[in-house]
Design a protein around this ligand. Structure first.
Ligand code: FES
Ligand code: FE2
Length: 421
């Protein structure tokens, strides 16, 4: 049952007694053994978002997604009927990676009618069916119907494409997402087609970066230099407090209250923000997006700033009151590294001025992200000293606590099931 606690009734954390309030271990972020377990227990069981339908605008549009933690690459393609399907990116002849360009480990995208293997030229259609075998007569009664690409479960919700690498997923995508997430349905994700994309390797465990974006306790301190001194001073003195947190199943939400940058005193803003009419966070004159679905700003915070939905395991959808949204992905590559991806989605700018306003939002976002990532590499290096066993989390870090708890729970249920089998 979802609960909607109010701070007056006690702390956020204590409303979810299963979380406890004890100091927590960060062994799950520094242990190669736990990383090995996460492959099967989490990333081959949970639904993983790999992109949006707008990336596949035509028949035959495709992209590949490298999933190092699951030791595979997935090929996602739109077929002639308009359906989006996913396959292991693996040729059935002798196992070459089917779709790649110059570097086998780099992702690629494009549009085609058939996929042709670079090695011996076998060809597959948009449904993954094997259509052509070079010198077929040399083989021994090959039945092409039996040698299509290995399928990956693929479902789409609100234009977000998810894959599941389990042989048989334990839940459908909608069951997995649950109402806290699916109640966002109706938000005009499809209209936000002005897109900025950032991607970077980070030398830290994937969960550490998720943690950095699921609490704002750090913001007045770590990002102090990002704002004018008057603003930073006021923010540091006030401290941060979010009006709403919510946990549901493996997923999490924090809503924050909003800042109307254009209503603040002049010394609280940077001159460039006034010139571009953009800042903290987004353009000031964005087109309205109409009534929000019930799942967005569900606690009706006013003034409302943003909703940060943290979808287990490694996906964030963050909706801003200023009429745009962004996503984060954290793709693990080892116990102490991952690839971070940030995508900003805004409505198409109607004027050059709006374009400039969006550009300022995008570069400001990148500055914040760099400050966060840089700190994580420092954190990772010292957690690995193991000089200390457990760490303190405050009430605002409830989502951090939940992610690590949930990670342990998925590993635990995986191991128990393995013993039963
Ligand atoms: S490995 Fe693909 S055609 Fe031989
Ligand atoms: Fe941050």
């Amino acid at each position: 049952m979802p609960r909607y606690p109010k701070p007056s009734e006690g702390s956020w954390t204590q409303h979810y007694p299963e979380l406890g309030t004890d100091p927590v271990s960060y062994e799950d972020s520094i242990s190669p053994e736990i990383y090995e377990l996460e492959r099967e227990a989490i990333f081959k069981r949970a639904w993983l978002n790999v992109g949006r339908v707008e990336q596949l605008s035509n028949t035959g549009s495709y992209f590949t997604k490298e999933l190092a933690i699951a030791r595979t690459s997935v090929l996602v393609v739109r077929n002639r009927q308009g359906q989006v399907n996913a396959f292991h990116n693996l040729c059935r002849h002798r196992g070459n990676k089917l779709v790649w360009n110059d570097f086998p480990k780099e992702e690629t995208a494009g549009t085609c009618r058939q996929f042709t293997c670079k090695y011996h030229g076998w060809r597959y259609d948009l449904d993954g069916d094997l259509k052509f075998v070079q010198q077929e007569g040399e083989f021994f009664d090959v039945d092409k119907d039996r040698y299509g690409l290995a399928p990956v479960h693929c479902e789409v919700w609100a234009g977000f494409i998810f894959v599941n690498l389990a042989k048989v997923p334990e839940q459908s995508l909608l069951e997995f997402l649950g109402p806290m997430i699916t109640d966002m349905e109706g938000y005009p994700f499809d209209q936000m087609t002005s897109r900025w994309h950032f991607r970077s390797p980070v030398k830290a465990n994937w969960k550490l970066y998720m943690d950095a974006f699921q609490e704002f306790y750090h913001a007045p301190v770590l990002h102090a230099n990002q704002s004018p001194a008057a603003y930073s001073k006021a923010a540091a003195e006030a401290g941060f407090e979010a009006p709403h947190y919510r946990l549901e199943g493996p997923h999490r939400l924090v809503s924050t209250s909003g800042v109307r940058a254009w209503e603040m005193a002049d010394e609280m803003r940077k001159p460039i923000e006034d010139i571009c009419r953009s800042g903290l966070f987004g353009q000031w004159d964005a087109p309205g997006i109409g009534e929000l679905p019930k799942g967005v700003n569900p606690a009706k915070c006013d003034p409302w700033g943003l909703d940060s939905f943290q979808l287990f395991p490694n996906f964030t959808i963050l909706i801003w009151s200023q009429g745009w949204y962004l996503t984060y992905h954290y793709w693990p590559t080892s116990y102490d590294s991952h690839i971070f991806e940030g995508n900003l989605y805004m409505p198409q700018p109607r004027t050059p001025r709006e374009r400039v306003a969006q550009e300022l939002t995008a570069v400001s976002f990148k500055e914040f992200g760099l400050q966060d990532a840089n700190t994580l590499e420092a954190t990772q290096s010292m957690l690995e000293s193991r000089a200390v066993d457990t760490y303190l989390l405050n009430d605002q870090e409830i989502l951090v606590r939940h992610l690590h708890k949930e990670t342990a729970a998925w590993i635990d249920s995986y191991q128990r099931r393995k013993v039963e089998v």
